[in-house]
Design a protein around this ligand. Structure first.
Ligand code: ZN
Length: 301
């Protein structure tokens, strides 16, 4: 099995934007790092795939964070992706699980909860990040993301996200697509998209059967002339490092740091996204405290 990637395509007349991704490896990596239950793997994997597709609509250097907060036992889901194909995320309660639905599918909607919100934060680098939100409609993630596009951007879109989990909890296949009709798209094009999408009832099963993003795209765009514009490798990659953790500690403020320093013990912080732990000895906490108080310039630049 090859590594994960995403292709970006557009109808030749500009009326449709299409993105298709395979994410089997990165969802496997997320499961390995977070030890998620079968249903939590599906929920996190769909959200990671959605974030990867979303990020492909941004510009170089920009990133997006999806936060899905429902009233189910999973708590919240966070997924971040950037334009360079780095994807990471976590869920609040990784071991939460529910019995499968009567149709045999994992009950992602029940685990996430059907009441809540999807929050989308775009970090556009030079500008302040901004967040927009929409209510959840199903907790199944794909429908929630497409509804978000309708509510917040008034653009009709088809989003499919799938994760196939094996009985041993390993990830058999994962991926998704995002099709967006641009304002003014001809009715025939929209009708063609609708009937094409119906030919791909399960994107994860299509990937498991060996379909590539190019193959899925060809089905989705049947009858609509298009060009593939770009191909992007995708991987589960965390950007955390000691320097970022130090900056986060300093930003907590002098009072918190003084409290940590007075504990007299090393302080251990674990990255939610990747599980890496960072240990700070007492004298390091004291140094960060002096930096927070402005008594000492930061060591790193
Ligand atoms: Zn990390």
């Amino acid at each position: 099995m090859g590594s994960d990637y995403l292709i970006r395509a557009a109808a030749r007349d500009g009326s449709v934007r299409a993105l298709v991704a395979t994410t089997t490896q990165l969802v496997s990596e997320a499961r390995r790092r977070h030890d998620t239950s079968a249903t939590a793997t599906a929920a996190l994997g769909r959200t990671l795939t959605g974030a990867a597709l979303f990020a492909a609509t941004l510009k170089d250097g920009e990133s997006v964070t999806l936060r899905i907060v429902g009233d189910g036992p999973l708590g919240g889901i966070i997924a971040e992706a950037d334009h360079a194909g780095n994807v990471r995320g976590y869920v609040q309660v990784p071991h939460a699980d529910l019995p499968s639905r009567p149709d045999g599918k994992l009950d992602v909607g029940g685990l996430v909860g059907r009441n809540g919100f999807i929050h989308v934060t775009r970090d556009l680098r030079m500008r302040e990040p901004y967040t927009s939100s929409a209510p959840l409609v199903s907790g199944e993630i794909a429908l929630d993301i497409s509804n978000y596009f309708v509510v917040s951007e008034q653009t009709p879109s088809a989003v499919a996200l799938g994760v196939l989990v094996n009985t041993d909890l390993s990830v058999l296949a994962a991926g998704g697509f995002f099709l967006q009709a641009m304002p003014g798209a001809p009715d025939d094009t929209i009708k063609a998209l609708e009937s094409n999408v119906a030919l791909i009832p399960s994107v994860s099963q299509a990937i498991e059967r060996g379909m590539t993003p190019e193959g899925i795209l060809a089905v989705a765009m049947t009858g609509i002339p298009y060009d593939v514009l770009a191909r992007q490798e995708l991987a589960y990659r965390c950007r955390c490092d000691r320097e970022r953790v130090e900056r986060a500690l300093i930003s907590m403020g002098a009072r918190e740091l003084r409290e940590m320093a007075s504990g007299g013990r090393p302080v251990e912080l674990t990255c939610h996204f990747c599980g890496t732990s960072y240990v700070f000895q007492q004298q390091e906490i004291e140094r960060l405290l002096r930096q927070a108080l402005g008594e000492e310039p930061p060591v790193h630049q």
